[in-house]
Design a binder for this molecule. Structure first.
Ligand code: NAD
Ligand code: DAU
Length: 353
């Protein structure tokens, strides 16, 4: 390619959200050079990026974000102007069994990235941006009413959300102390293609296909605010280009569902698509032991993003869910590859069958 207008490092680009983000930047910004740094944990999969792997403006590097020497040498080679920091351990249940892995990647990894960016940019911050992708879980758990805004005090309650909250604090501390240009966005639950089937929606899609029990924690009354992953990465693109350094943006779709209701809707749509009699898949619903410390409700107020930058989610939920199911039904090989090997061990430990 001719000289790129910007060079951007995406971390965790082989994961669920990272792969959608990488695809969007590579295809929508052909004059940018995109480097994807990912150490391919169980959640990272280069199959997620098959369609863009040969693009002239795309390079993959296998490596760990805590390896500062390696990340420094990447900055020396590529002279990044921007970082989209997506790499993380992302599953709450895994954080309950192994919190230290979350401290290592989410806290140590983020601080390592910040330190290397700061050193590489040597206080010359014109045109530079460190964009940190975070979660609404840092705000804690809501009761029946109310929404998280950008000024809601942090109150993380799981090892995962505590590690993300800590990383957000470090990002803001680097801005406050060293003037590093940073942006943080906090998003609600994503769903869509390439979602690893340890999370509620893809796990239940997989189990419905194979007519296995659908494990619902507690009574299924916990509420999540679901956003189609392409809407999330569109918001990130907009904020990356038009957002104000130093600011935080909440991203969410005003789309709250109780877990039991979302799984019933999933069963309804899948029975129709699979030609099964209505009510067949609902019989698979099985209430199991609740998640320890299970947050009751998350709901994002994204008014700031809509008011300042004009962002709105593009899809109605039923349509997004239908597109997601269709993707899984036509990508059964992807699903069967990611659910072989270590997935089985994880599944047995988590669900006991
Ligand atoms: P994911 O688990 O699907 O992917 C994480 C990626 O990071 C994987 O490709 C993995 O290999 C990579 N990675 C992990 N540790 C690494 C390390 N030490 N070095 C390099 N790469 C490493 O995660 P996701 O669901 O796509 O989430 C991505 C980001 O978005 C996370 O920061 C998460 O906190 C945030 N987020 C997720 C959601 C959601 O609903 N999934 C919602 C809001 C925010
Ligand atoms: O809110 C944003 C967060 O959403 C992200 O930061 C996390 O990375 C992402 O994993 C997600 O966290 P959740 O814990 O909300 O997602 P999960 O899909 O694991 O669970 C959704 C809800 O479903 C939650 O209330 C727990 C419940 N659940 C989950 C699983 C895996 C079940 O009832 N049964 C299950 O087997």
């Amino acid at each position: 390619m001719s000289a790129p207008s910007r060079v951007i490092l995406i971390t965790g680009g082989a994961g669920f959200i990272g792969s959608h983000l990488t695809r969007l930047f590579v295809t929508r910004h052909p004059h940018y050079k995109i480097v994807n740094l990912d150490n391919l944990t169980y959640a990272g999969n280069l199959e997620n990026l098959k369609d863009i792997e040969g693009s002239p403006n795309y390079t993959f590097v296998k490596g760990d974000i805590t390896d500062m020497a390696m990340v420094r040498s990447l900055f020396e080679t590529h002279h990044f102007d921007g970082v989209l920091h997506c790499a993380a351990e992302s599953h709450v249940d895994r954080s309950i069994t192994d919190p230290l892995a979350f401290v290592r990647t989410n806290v140590l990894g983020t601080v390592s990235m910040l330190q290397v960016a700061k050193d590489a940019w040597k206080d010359h911050y014109e045109g530079k941006l460190f964009y940190h992708i975070s979660t609404d879980e840092v705000y804690g758990s809501l009761g029946e009413t109310g929404f998280f805004t950008e000024t809601t005090p942090y109150d993380p309650r799981s090892p995962y959300s505590a590690s993300k909250a800590s990383s957000d604090h470090f990002v803001r501390a680097f801005h406050h102390t060293y003037q590093l240009p940073v942006i943080v966005s906090n998003c609600s639950n994503n769903y869509g293609p390439f979602h690893f089937p340890e999370k509620l929606i893809p796990l239940c899609i997989y189990n419905i296909i194979h007519q296995k029990p659908l494990p619902i924690y507690g009574q299924g009354l916990n509420v999540r605010d679901w956003l189609f992953v392409e809407d999330h990465v569109n918001a990130i693109d907009l904020i990356f280009h038009k957002g104000k350094p130093g600011d935080t943006y909440n991203i969410g779709g005003h789309n709250e569902w109780k877990n039991i209701d979302i799984i019933r809707e999933l069963c309804r749509q899948m029975d129709a698509k699979l030609g099964r009699a209505p009510g067949t898949s609902e019989k698979l619903i099985t209430f199991v032991k609740d998640r320890a410390g299970h947050d009751l409700r998350y709901a994002i107020d994204a008014t700031k993003l809509t008011r300042e930058l004009g962002w709105k989610p593009s899809l109605q939920f039923e349509e997004g869910l239908s597109r997601t199911i269709d993707w899984y039904l036509s990508n059964e090989q992807w699903l069967s590859e990611v659910t072989s090997g270590n997935y089985r061990t994880y599944y047995e430990k988590q669900y006991g069958h």
